[in-house]
Write a protein that binds this ligand. Structure first.
Ligand SMILES: [Zn+2]
Length: 282
């Protein structure tokens, strides 16, 4: 499932490719996931020009010159594919993962943006730009894990308030800290040497600060490598990301730890699996 780095990758790439372009039309074969309805969205987009792209947690926002914005959530298997004359012959378009086109945006210059989504959980919405912070999917989000205001003080305070909980589930609570999912919480806990099942109250100040540093480090590295494609995620050129090659523990159950050789373990905590090395993480 795309997390902060994958969504940031899409936002960065679309920022370079579609800003200044004008929408011409929109079509969809899966209307359920088009929240305003196809006809309304088509009318709203016609002739609108893209001003910029940004991200709220795992939500992609495309701002238009009509004072409205598109909001897109990729959910489990969604990804956006940008196609124009320059990349029409790309072999990436033959990748089976890129074949599940549910929605298509056309631009006036002939370029197109396809929303491929095998599982069909991804959705598109449309909202006044000035009211975006109140969008029902965005309003409850906590501070963004990569934003400047998610600093050491905020992180230490977050842990202090949740001291009765285990550390792994807290990292997935989007209303407290937004953007982290299963991949990056396993990786940041590994790098910090902290076992996922640890009670927050048992973490020393040193461990808490180390986890904060590793959180930022893992997320920044993953953005630089265009995210993790352990499954369906593809960037807007249809290519897999690169972070999966650097994974230490995520999806490596039963394999030797890359640092010490101990077999990596999977544990379910609060319904979700988390991966760790029983030797490197205490
Ligand atoms: Zn290890």
């Amino acid at each position: 499932m795309p997390e902060l780095p994958e969504v940031q990758t899409v936002v960065n790439q679309l920022g370079k490719k579609i800003v200044g372009k004008q929408f011409k039309s929109f079509s969809s074969e899966w209307p359920k996931q088009v929240k305003p309805g196809i006809a309304k969205l088509r009318r709203a987009l016609q002739g609108a020009t893209v001003l910029g792209t940004r991200r709220f947690g795992k939500h992609i926002v495309i701002d238009l010159d009509t004072k409205y914005s598109l909001v897109v959530h990729l959910k489990m298997t969604g990804h956006l594919l940008y196609k124009d004359e320059g990349n029409a012959a790309s072999p990436a378009w033959r990748d089976p993962v890129n074949q599940y086109i549910r929605h298509r945006f056309l631009f006036s210059d002939g370029a197109q943006l396809d929303f491929s989504d095998m599982r069909k959980f991804g959705w598109i919405d449309y909202e006044e730009s000035a009211a975006l912070a109140h969008h029902q999917a965005i309003v409850g989000l906590g501070r963004d894990a990569l934003a400047e205001d998610c600093d050491e003080d905020f992180f230490l305070d977050l842990l202090r308030r949740a001291r009765g909980k285990r550390i792994a589930p807290l990292l997935l609570e989007q209303e407290k800290i937004a953007g982290i999912g299963n991949i990056y919480r396993s990786e940041m806990l590994f790098r910090a040497g902290i076992r996922p099942s640890r009670r927050i109250a048992s973490l020393s100040r040193e461990e808490r600060l180390c986890l904060f540093v590793k959180m930022k480090e893992v997320l920044r590295e993953a953005v630089r490598l265009r995210g993790t494609s352990d499954g369906d995620f593809r960037d807007t050129a249809g290519r897999p990301g690169g972070f999966q090659k650097t994974l230490f523990v995520y999806q490596r159950e039963g394999l030797p730890c890359k640092r010490c050789g101990t077999i990596v373990v999977r544990q379910k905590i609060g319904q979700r699996s988390v991966f760790y090395c029983p030797n490197c993480q205490t």
